[in-house]
Design a protein around this ligand. Structure first.
Ligand SMILES: [Ca+2]
Ligand SMILES: [Ca+2]
Length: 98
């Protein structure tokens, strides 16, 4: 009986628990979700994502616009990484020889 109750509780809490946009069910909206939506739009392969969570615009279809809306949630990609400096290619070649 306890097992049955646990299964019922799990089922009721897990169904519909995923956030809109979390198409890979990892409990976070990441660039992976964006890529999966783009792959679905381009290739039509629905085996790697939950398509029901991909319609960000809620217009009944999944398009590249939905991927763009997902990307807006994540925010812009970093344009630079602090603490790193650019190294001229000639310097890299010199270091490789030593
Ligand atoms: Ca996700
Ligand atoms: Ca849509």
């Amino acid at each position: 009986m306890k097992t049955l109750l646990a299964v019922i509780i799990f089922a009721t809490t897990s169904v519909g628990a995923w956030e809109l946009g979390d198409v890979d069910h990892d409990s976070a909206i990441t660039c992976t979700d964006v890529q999966l939506v783009l792959d679905f739009v381009a290739q039509g392969d629905s085996t790697k994502l939950d398509v029901s969570l991909a319609d960000m615009s809620k217009n009944g279809e999944v398009t590249a616009y939905d991927a763009a809306l997902l990307k807006e949630i994540i925010g812009p990609a970093p344009t630079s990484i602090s603490g790193l400096r650019s190294v001229p290619f000639a310097e890299v070649k010199m270091k490789a020889r030593t």
